[in-house]
Write a protein that binds this ligand. Structure first.
Ligand code: PLP
Length: 412
């Protein structure tokens, strides 16, 4: 939806709470209404025909009620307005997932005859796979930021980077990369940063993509994607979304808008804890390397000297699960899960080692999180098994092989 610029320039924290909701008071409402309609009554089919023709010709959001929910939805449109405002974009278009959003961008460019993509590793595993496997008929050249200018060809439709990148948290200078792209649009997947920490369009990127499943939703209960861009590209994306059907459910649109209102507070709190955990991990002899972005943020990656699978098996407060950006802390082993689908050699050369763990820090107390990490790094289940054997009793954790838990006093 096209973002209505506010009359005065407002801070991000203010926009996060108010953008997309400006008309509510006039409607006599305080909470955002959820429109679950899949279709909309109209007694004037000539007028509907004109509205459909207009959308087919331009891709502009239809004025008045949508014809059909696959075309547009007022609740989701509020989220789009708000996200566009936070990113400093003219428009934003929401999708059913981050992968649906990326698919739409790739199809939009290849439908214009620009099937070649230049991309910088690492990317999220499924994004890498979508490009490497050429599932959408695109062709990819992988390079580092310094090689982008040379990799661009006449049929290049997109340059793609994640910064900070999943899972290594590698950072790219967006302005320098945008310069290397010339007239080819640079897409920045800014999922890890969110507009609280980084606004790629201000640095020359032309397209910003989020897996809104992560920080924008913020509570681990919404699957969504969103693209922030200029209105011209948004129109192509809307037409593609209508034709291919990867729309966001309005309830998700509602939850995302609600998520945005606490995004700045959540990001600041989680980032403070993440920075402290990164500091403690870096000082710990059981840890070989820590990756924490200069930009800040709530993601920490670290490589352990010991068995990373043991750490995953031994956390108790932290949840061993893929995904990120929720209020609770999650940890996962990228080589086994988020980046499993990437060929082993490509993973390794992108810095995704077998020793690497990726942690999404939530809103818990830092000392509680550290106590849990400390226990997991020390191999708490092996220790408790030994203690139990010495005591001649049943183990209170996992068996030494990491399999069945005999009794379950552990807190999750
Ligand atoms: N981009 C990044 C950086 C991600 O981490 C993910 C998912 O983990 C995606 C895109 C894909 O998003 P989704 O899972 O919402 O489809």
């Amino acid at each position: 939806m096209t973002s209505d610029p506010p009359t005065t320039s407002r801070a991000l924290a203010t926009e996060a709470v108010h953008a997309g909701r400006e008309d509510l008071a006039g409607l006599g409402l305080h909470a955002v209404p959820i429109d679950l309609s899949t279709t909309y009554p109209s007694y004037d089919s000539r007028q509907e025909a004109a509205r459909i023709d207009e959308f087919a010709a331009t891709g502009a959001r239809p004025q008045g009620p949508p014809v059909y929910a696959r075309l547009d939805n007022p609740t989701t449109a509020r989220f789009e307005t708000a996200l566009a405002r936070l990113e400093g974009a003219a428009s934003a278009v929401a999708f059913a997932s981050g992968m649906a959003a990326l698919t739409a961008v790739l199809l939009a460019r290849s439908s214009q005859g620009l099937r070649h993509v230049v991309a910088v590793r690492p990317l999220y595993g499924c994004s890498d796979h979508l490009l490497t496997a050429g599932l959408l008929g695109t062709e990819v050249t992988w390079t580092d930021p310094a090689g982008v200018a040379d990799a661009i060809r006449p049929e290049t439709g997109l340059v793609m980077v994640e910064t900070p990148a999943n899972p290594t948290l590698a950072e790219t200078d967006i302005r320098a990369l945008a310069h290397s792209c010339g007239s080819v649009p640079l897409l920045v997947d800014s999922t890890f940063a969110t507009p609280v920490l980084q606004r790629p369009l201000e640095h020359g990127a032309r397209i910003v993509l989020h897996s809104a499943t992560k920080y924008l939703g913020g509570h681990g209960d919404v699957l969504a994607g969103v693209v922030a861009c200029d209105e011209e590209f948004a129109r192509v994306l809307r037409q593609l979304r209508f034709a291919t059907g990867g729309v966001l459910h309005p309830l998700s649109g509602y939850l995302l808008l609600r998520g945005l209102s606490t995004l700045p507070v959540r990001m600041r709190a989680a980032a403070g804890t993440a920075a402290e955990l990164a500091r403690r991990l870096a000082a710990d002899p059981r840890v070989a390397a820590v990756h924490y972005p200069k930009l800040g943020g709530a993601m920490v990656a670290f490589e352990v000297h010991g068995d990373p699978h043991r750490v995953i098996a031994d956390v108790r407060l932290i949840t061993p699960a893929v995904s990120l950006g929720s209020v609770d802390t999650l940890i996962q082993h990228p080589a086994s899960i988020s980046h499993r689908i990437v060929a082993e050699g490509d993973r390794r050369s992108a810095g995704v080692s077998e020793q690497l763990l990726r942690m999404s820090v939530g809103l818990e107390d830092v000392d509680d999180l550290w106590a849990d990490l400390d226990g997991a790094l020390s191999g708490r289940s092996a220790r408790s098994a030994r203690t139990a054997v010495h005591a001649g009793g049943r183990t209170a954790g996992r068996a030494p092989d990491g399999s069945a838990r005999v009794s379950s006093p552990a807190v999750r």
